[in-house]
Write a protein that binds this ligand. Structure first.
Ligand SMILES: [Fe+2]
Ligand SMILES: [Fe+2]
Length: 375
């Protein structure tokens, strides 16, 4: 099952490098401080400036996006998806052109990379080895990419993994595995059609999804030969990934695992459910590392999951579920985000429909605050 390093590129990496091309040929290329924001978020990507201009071969296979077109309301995210995802069949450069200077071009580049970061996966010391590559390969093999909903979940998983590494560059192996496998349960339950909109109790539905997913992930990763402690640790994170999060890590833990039974739906509150045979069976590293680590990792995973909803999935979500359920989902997701994650939304190109929903929600909250202050 082991993969050679060259398979890594074939598996998921499609962006050969990034760059900015200014229409004013005399304009200087962006300086390192100007590039800092993009470089901080995507330190693993090669840059091309004058280099691209000097290398027609790089330009030949590049996707070139005009910064003004990217920001235009007239174009649709799906159109951009079709263009950028063409890199999956011909690994090439992703370049942004601008007539307005390097700063607007770099801001557009950051938004574009944020939407398509799964095409240029970043790894760290915990994921830069054959074993983790096997996990990525196995994860892909579990998904029938011919099914649109399954493909959406697959892409979301890669995207959440990448958000985790942006939020926590030193993320451990288990957290990265949890990001990849956190929604694995949906392959069987919602691969052909979604059902979450019919849930009578949304939080209980989400808890059940997380619970089954944790067990599936634990079995799958163990069968693939992953380290037992990593399997347990990842499963523990998946088990809790939909639970409400306290703002302060201190108040998150009411027990050894950090779970608060009152958060669980009735079907998950039995003692059996809280003490599964196959999670923690190997002496969980998570447990030994303590609840503070788990709380911190759950915070990162929740933020990554929420950011991926906005940056990658929200357009498709709106189209599939419609306005009412999107309102509910946006409210639920915003309520789970830390201030740091909310700050990242400024670098996310949101579909106009979702932007409107967020505006309505912020208006509702503002009015609520005003009414509260007046009473
Ligand atoms: Fe989930
Ligand atoms: Fe998710």
């Amino acid at each position: 099952m082991s993969k050679s390093p060259s398979d890594w590129t074939e598996l998921v990496s499609s962006i050969a490098g990034i760059g900015v091309l200014l229409s004013d040929a005399t304009a200087p290329e962006p300086s390192p401080p100007e590039r800092a924001l993009v470089a901080r978020e995507f330190p693993h990507l090669s840059w091309a400036f004058s280099a691209a201009a000097a290398q027609p071969a790089a330009l030949h296979d590049a996707v070139l996006i005009d910064e003004a077109d990217w920001h235009s309301d007239a174009t649709d995210l799906y159109d951009w998806d079709a263009r950028v995802l063409s890199l999956q069949s011909r690994r090439g450069w992703l370049l942004v052109s601008s007539a307005h200077g390097s700063q607007p071009a770099l801001e557009a580049l950051l938004q574009i990379l944020t939407r398509y970061q799964r095409l240029a996966p970043r790894v760290n010391d915990a994921s830069r080895d054959d074993s983790f590559r096997c996990a990525v390969s196995l994860h892909r093999a579990l998904h029938d990419l011919n099914k649109p909903l399954v493909r959406a979940d697959y892409e979301h998983a890669l995207d959440v993994w990448q958000w985790v590494l942006r939020l926590e560059p030193c993320a451990g192996r288990a957290l990265q595995l949890a990001a990849l496998f956190h929604d694995i349960e949906r392959i069987s339950s919602e691969g052909d059609q979604r059902v979450e909109q019919h849930a009578i109790d949304y939080q209980s539905f989400k808890n059940a999804h997380a619970w089954v997913g944790a067990q599936l992930a634990a079995h799958t990763l163990a069968a693939a030969g992953m380290d037992a402690a990593d399997c347990d640790h990842a499963a523990e994170l998946i088990w809790q990934h939909e639970l409400p999060l306290a703002r302060k890590p201190d108040s998150f833990t009411d027990g050894a695992s950090g779970i608060r039974p009152a958060m669980l739906g009735p079907e998950l509150m039995s003692p059996d459910a809280l003490a599964p045979a196959d999670i923690g069976a190997h002496g969980s590293k998570a447990a030994s590392d303590g609840p503070a680590l788990i709380a911190r990792e759950l915070r990162v995973l929740a933020d990554a999951d929420a950011l991926s909803f906005f940056s990658l999935n929200s357009r498709g979500f709106f189209d599939y579920y419609g306005l009412e359920h999107t309102r509910k989902k946006v409210r639920y997701t915003l309520g789970r985000m830390s201030p740091v994650a909310l700050g990242y939304l400024q670098h996310v190109k949101l579909p106009s429909e979702v932007e409107r929903v967020m505006y309505e929600i912020s208006l509702d909250e503002h009015m609520g605050l005003q009414a509260g202050a007046a009473s």
